[in-house]
Ligand binder design. Structure first.
Ligand code: MTE
Length: 306
């Protein structure tokens, strides 16, 4: 078997998901399995794969992507989310769209996903803790959802909120962060075509530990912007508070753009360890996506707005 199946994937979930898959990209997945096994095919050889450019960006194996996680609602050690997240029930699940939009609504996850085709995007992901992975996500542009709900001219930012339920999320019984986990994007960042809402990885339904049933992925920002298990998106006028910025404002800024020149107060951000490799590699500005996103920050002092 090329790809291990997460233990808690139900057949109905897979059927649901396959319904939304972009067929063309789904077929190209055949190549991914080989890369994941260590055959080492550079991503560029796999065709149009969502913007990865470094020739030596091999996919991080499924096993690592799904067992080395940050999801503090299920524990603060990297192996705890995979062990504990089985208590999360992802059906039924609803997602509220609130705030400055013409079409506020509460959607069942099935209705939320239905109009969108999931397509595969292989992104480099850089955690603020100076490790990185290359992950084939299954998702759709957040911009498509934004257009669907029609923000008004007062909508300048989106605030995203994770489920708050200490019965399902045992980590929330301790005040590690100010629960629920929240994150935010400026509206133009949210509209950028690289920004996606994700419901799967490696062509399968998203494992709970990776943020099922729906999470955000913003590949030029540190991983903590990728809020998991989303229950609410609120369109707001002013910059929203975010969980990590609340917890340690000097360490985690609102923007969180990957920047090798702005160190974390307690460690350097100049290099990173790609999971599965020993030698550390240089971290790239905007995680290597600068040609596509740097214009969003033209004229801003990125040391101040870190
Ligand atoms: N979302 C929630 N709700 N809780 C978390 O603890 N951790 C963040 C982010 N999203 C986190 C979260 C951090 S620090 C990272 S690096 C990524 O999720 C990790 O995503 P992954 O486990 O799918 O690689």
């Amino acid at each position: 078997m090329l790809i291990k199946r997460a233990p808690d994937v139900r057949a109905s979930d897979i059927t649901d998901e396959v319904m939304y898959l972009d067929r063309r990209r789904f077929i190209t997945r055949a190549g991914i399995g080989l890369a994941a096994l260590g055959a080492g095919a550079p991503l560029t050889a796999l065709g149009d794969r969502g913007g990865a450019s470094q020739g030596d960006d091999k996919l991080t194996p499924y096993e690592d992507v799904t067992t080395y996680n940050n999801f503090y609602e299920f524990g603060t050690d990297k192996d705890e989310p995979a062990k504990n997240a089985h208590t999360l029930r992802t059906r039924p699940w609803s997602i509220a769209i609130e705030g400055h939009v013409k079409k506020p609504a509460v959607y069942a996850i099935e209705d939320f996903l239905k109009p969108h085709r999931l397509e595969e995007r292989v992104y480099r992901m850089r955690c603020v803790e100076a490790w990185s992975m290359v992950i084939p996500w299954m998702g759709f542009p957040l911009a498509d959802l934004i257009k669907r709900v029609e923000p008004t001219s007062s909508a300048k930012y989106i605030e995203f909120t994770t489920l708050h339920d200490p019965r399902q999320m045992p980590g929330q019984r301790r005040q590690v962060l100010n629960w629920p986990y929240t994150e935010g994007l400026r509206l133009d960042e949210a509209m950028h075509p690289l920004t996606i809402l994700v419901a799967g990885l490696y062509g399968k339904v998203l494992p709970n530990q990776n943020g099922a049933p729906l999470r955000l992925v913003v590949p030029w920002k540190y991983g903590f912007k990728g809020v998991k298990s989303i229950v609410k998106m609120r369109f707001v006028e002013t910059q929203p508070r975010t969980a990590w910025n609340d917890a340690a404002p000097d360490e985690y800024g609102f923007y969180a753009n990957v920047n090798p020149e702005v160190d974390h107060p307690r460690w350097s951000q100049a290099k990173e360890r790609r999971i599965g490799e020993f030698r550390r590699r240089a971290t790239l500005p905007f995680n290597g996506y600068g040609d596509q996103v740097a214009r969003l920050y033209a004229g801003m002092d990125l040391r101040k707005f870190f």
